[in-house]
Design a binder for this molecule. Structure first.
Ligand code: FAD
Length: 422
């Protein structure tokens, strides 16, 4: 018998277990894999973008899936507290672009080891290779869990921290959704998000631009009525199947929304390759060069603004000779290339699935979770934290931040709950 059982050894579960134990609760952490933090180890390209240095307001803006639900949790433990939590554990974080925070040594294992150090310090029992099969609940009160081995372990509180269902090879296989439904919780529709986009355009199939990355572009999702429903300013990369990179990932949830709402098979994207100049400014600049530097090649002039491969792609697109000098280019053509560079449209058919998505959209409904405690409004002694909840964020350290702060709140609350005389 334990006071608190935490299920799932990701950032949410490890943080929950540490904080339940800090409240004086005897705590066991069940992880079905052979090691803790398996998904964490591959985050941030193996460097773990563990949090963000932006203001709480800005962080919440970067959590399009129910970010506002997290205001209470942030008021208890925020990103600055995450930074000091790691500092106290001997890990300094460094800031990169857009407020992204990484461990100084660029190793996700450093973050995992800091969690393990805290688990051990607080005497949490760590039980790897222990897969939970189901919850034991009686009269809407949690009693413990049953492992897939058949063994029953009893406790006063249980924290579900099993993550979503993206990249299931890391152990996140969506088990929590089934348990939540079984005890009466609503699970909102699940979908892969922060996922690369698939396109059947000829230039993608021909791999014309494969590997080309564009910095600080603007990518918009356009609905069938021609309205831009969202625009993201970030980086983008062309791949062998479509597009990826932060701008594409951020647009992914909107691709699904447009497809479902308008019952269409493909969605239009508009790419502004040069957002720092307005269309008029760019056109005037090209016309000035056309007049003042007529002998220059058109391609070399375009290279001043966009990568050479992209310039060649657009020139080929308009059927213009790659060696053409500006003096041989008509003004109409300059207008046409301006339109392409400032608003290149192409279609995507889908996002990649759960096996490739960074995050799971949907999950245990936030309406049935008390935001100050992360406790179930249906079953006493049951808590949720991390990606299993209907919360999803853009890339940039916001998902792990959400997992850690909800883990902290769920763990502390579960620990305190077990100290209430029954
Ligand atoms: C490739 C990739 C890169 C990413 N990079 C970043 C990044 O740099 N920054 C960022 O903020 N976010 C990133 N994310 C998202 C982030 O990893 C997740 O949002 C975060 O790990 C969720 O934490 P969690 O603790 O809720 O769940 P998870 O990390 O998924 O952990 C859940 C754990 O529960 C265990 N479990 C599941 N079922 C059971 C069961 N039945 N019994 C026992 N244990 C069970 C699993 O084995 C797993 O270890 C990335 C995601 C991916 C896929």
């Amino acid at each position: 018998m334990y006071d608190v059982i935490v299920i799932g050894g990701g950032p949410a579960g490890m943080m929950a277990a540490v904080n339940a134990a800090k409240e004086g609760a005897t705590t066991i952490l069940f992880e079905k894999g052979n090691a803790l933090g398996r998904k964490l180890s591959i985050t941030g390209g193996g460097r773990c973008n563990v949090t963000s240095n932006l203001s709480v307001e800005e962080i919440i803006k970067n959590i399009p899936g129910n970010g506002k639900f997290l205001y209470s949790a942030f008021s208890i433990f925020d990103n600055k507290d995450i930074i000091s939590f790691f500092k106290k554990s001997g890990v300094n974080l460094k800031e990169e672009d857009n407020g992204r925070m990484f461990p100084e040594d660029d190793q996700s294992s450093t973050i995992i080891n800091a969690f393990i150090k805290n688990l051990k310090k607080n005497k949490v029992v760590i039980s790897c290779n222990s897969s939970v099969d189901s919850l034991i609940v009686k009269d809407n009160i949690i009693k413990g869990v049953q492992l897939t081995s058949g063994e029953k372990i009893y406790s006063k509180a249980v924290v579900i921290a099993v993550g979503g269902k993206s990249i299931p090879t890391t152990g996140s296989t969506g088990d929590g959704y089934k348990w939540a439904k079984e005890v009466g919780h609503t699970v909102t529709p699940l979908y892969p998000t922060e996922s690369p986009l698939v396109s059947q355009e000829k230039f993608i199939i021909d791999r014309t631009l494969q590997g080309l990355s564009l910095q600080s572009i603007e990518l918009s999702v356009v609905n069938p009525k021609g309205k831009k429903i969202v625009t993201h300013s970030h980086d983008l990369i062309f791949t062998h199947f479509g597009i990826s990179g932060p701008a594409a990932l951020r647009c992914s949830q909107f691709i699904r929304q447009v497809k479902e709402k308008f019952k269409v098979g493909h969605v239009t994207l508009e790419l502004d390759c040069l957002p720092k100049m307005t269309k008029d400014e760019f056109l005037s600049e090209l016309l000035r060069l056309h007049k003042e530097e007529p002998r220059k090649s058109f391609k070399n002039v375009l290279k001043l603004f966009i990568p050479e491969r992209l310039a060649e792609f657009f020139l080929n697109n308009l059927g213009i000779d790659l060696q053409a000098q500006l003096m041989n280019v008509k003004k109409d053509t300059i207008v046409n290339i301006t339109n392409l560079i400032k608003g290149f449209t192409f279609t995507v058919t889908d996002t990649l699935g759960f096996d490739k998505a960074f995050v799971t959209g949907g999950g245990v409904s936030t309406k049935e979770i008390n935001p100050k405690e992360m406790s179930s409004k249906i079953v006493s002694g049951l808590y949720f934290c991390g990606e299993v909840i209907d919360i999803h964020a853009y890339t940039g350290g916001f998902n792990i931040t959400a997992a850690i702060i909800t883990g902290k709140v769920a763990g502390s609350s579960a620990g305190k709950y077990t100290k209430i005389p029954f």
